[in-house]
Each structure stands twice: as structure tokens, then as C-alpha cells.
Design a protein around this ligand. Structure first.
Ligand SMILES: C[S@@+](CC[C@H](N)C(=O)[O-])C[C@H]1O[C@@H](n2cnc3c(N)ncnc32)[C@H](O)[C@@H]1O
Length: 248
């Protein structure tokens, strides 16, 4: 972390995403100037990634008896930082596909995993890309909120999983005004503020992602949390961590 690096990231975030161009062009324009500083800043902002990936690993252990040879896909994987939360288990995996639309972030990922033969970095849309064979686990780490057609991306993720496969999601959200029993209810300020704050950067926290995940995968593990935000000491942003196993 450096102040100059943070300043570059904050400037990109203040500028936001351009309004014109394709989705991929807007992601490139937004992330390009901050790509080399991305990980240091997001380390403090994108909380819960380690816990979600631990949930994916624990479920893979239950389903397969181990991680050796497992095929894992990260959709919207960016620089690949989240993959490092697999720790030493990363080397046990048989194949990892890291898929993203943003060229500058994928350049960081390609550098990072240049010496890891099992990690494949692909430039593609999470809504349509498919692996050559069904995967054991698919996860989204702070990506669903940045994918305009997130329902298509979720359908695609579920379709590429083996029977009994594992889905993990960690992301920002806000609750519904009247959430289902047992779920957290956020106050009116939280529900108003965060969607507007993030919209500028193309991030869309809302109640719908978690609602659809719970409907589609009723057997799941869910944690609803809040995280500190760099340079906004009085604020906490809500996020959830979700892990589920397909039937079969
Ligand atoms: C907040 S970043 C998270 C990156 C990474 N998963 C992490 O945890 O650091 C969101 C990512 O989603 C990617 N993204 C957005 N829309 C996408 C799409 N349609 N297909 C693939 N990736 C997409 C962005 O390029 C970006 O890398």
C-alpha cells in the first residue's frame, strides 16, 4: 500500500466508468489506470473473500473427499488475487480457469500465474464462456454486482457445474426493505446510499442477487457482514458470503 497508489485508485473511482463504449471497453477504461494498484486497495475493501473460498474448499472436501485434481472456475476473476486464498491447496487443484472481460486486470493475472501450468487465464464474458468439461466449483468474488446481466452469468455458472458441484459468491449488497425472516434488514440510509455511491463505478449492490441465489439454491451457507471502507472511517458497507452445493 502507498499513498500515491491509493491516490491513483481513488482518482479512477472518482472519475467512474465512462458512459459510452461496450461493457468491456468501459471496464478497460476504468481499471486500466489503476490495474497495478488494484490488489493493494481492494485488500482493504473486498472483505470476506478468504472466508468464501474456505467455504468452497470445505464443501469440495465434503463432496469429493479432497481438492486433488479439482476443476475450479472464477468468473470475473480480475487480477487473480482471490485465487491466492486457496493457499497451498492451489497446487493440488487439477485446473483453474480465471475468466474476465478486462484486459489490464488479466495482464496482472497472467504475470502472477505465469509459472503455474494449471491456471488458465481467459478473456471472455462470464455470461457466455463455458469450460471444456463440467467444473467442480465456480465462484464469483465481487463480480456479480459488476455484471449487467448477472442473471445470465448465474445461469451460466450453474450450467457449467457438475452434479453436486459447488457455487461460491461474495459481494456487496443491500437488503430489501422487508427482507425474509432470519435475514438482516438494513436501514433506509444504507439501502439508499450504497447503490448510489457505487453506481458511478458500475457496481450495483441490490437485494435481488441474494434473493435469487437463495431461491435457486435453498441448501446453502450464508453470512451477512459489514466491512470498513478505506478513507470513509464512519461508514460500513454490507456484504454477504454464500456457498452452496448443487443436488446430485
Ligand atoms: C470488483 S472486480 C473483482 C475482481 C476479483 N474477482 C477480485 O476478487 O479481486 C469485478 C470484476 O468483474 C469483471 N467483470 C465485469 N463484468 C464482467 C463480465 N461480463 N464477464 C467477465 N468479467 C466481468 C471486471 O472486469 C472485474 O475484474
Amino acid at each position: 500500500m502507498s499513498l500515491a497508489g491509493d491516490a491513483r485508485v481513488l482518482l479512477s473511482m472518482l472519475r467512474g466508468q465512462p458512459r459510452s463504449g461496450s461493457h468491456a471497453e468501459r471496464l478497460d477504461a476504468f481499471y486500466g489506470p489503476q490495474a497495478s494498484q488494484y490488489d493493494a486497495f481492494r485488500e482493504r475493501l473486498l472483505q470476506g473473500r478468504a472466508a468464501m473460498i474456505q467455504g468452497v474448499m470445505d464443501t469440495l472436501l465434503e463432496v469429493r473427499g479432497g481438492l486433488a485434481g479439482a476443476h475450479v472456475v472464477e468468473l470475473g476473476g480480475g487480477t487473480g488475487r482471490s485465487l491466492l486464498f486457496f493457499g497451498e491447496q492451489l497446487d493440488a487443484l487439477g485446473r483453474v480457469d480465471l475468466v474476465d472481460l478486462c484486459a489490464p486486470l488479466l495482464d496482472e493475472a497472467r504475470r502472477r500465474f505465469a509459472d503455474r501450468r494449471q491456471v488458465h487465464v481467459t478473456t471472455a464474458d462470464a455470461c457466455t464462456w463455458r469450460p471444456g468439461a463440467p467444473a467442480d466449483a465456480v465462484y464469483f468474488s465481487y463480480a456479480l454486482t459488476m455484471i449487467p446481466d448477472w442473471r445470465a452469468a448465474l445461469d451460466n455458472a450453474l450450467a457449467m457445474l457438475k452434479a453436486g458441484g459447488v457455487l461460491g459468491v461474495v459481494d456487496f449488497y443491500v437488503s430489501a426493505a422487508e427482507p425474509p425472516a432470519g435475514l438482516k434488514r438494513h436501514g433506509a440510509f444504507t439501502r439508499f446510499f450504497w447503490p448510489r455511491w457505487f453506481a458511478h463505478d458500475g457496481v450495483r449492490p441490490c437485494p435481488d442477487h441474494l434473493r435469487v441465489l437463495r431461491e435457486r439454491l435453498p441448501e446453502h451457507q450464508l453470512a451477512e457482514c459489514v466491512a470498513p471502507v478505506p478513507y470513509l472511517p464512519l461508514l460500513r458497507v454490507p456484504y454477504y458470503s454464500f456457498t452452496a452445493r448443487l443436488p446430485g
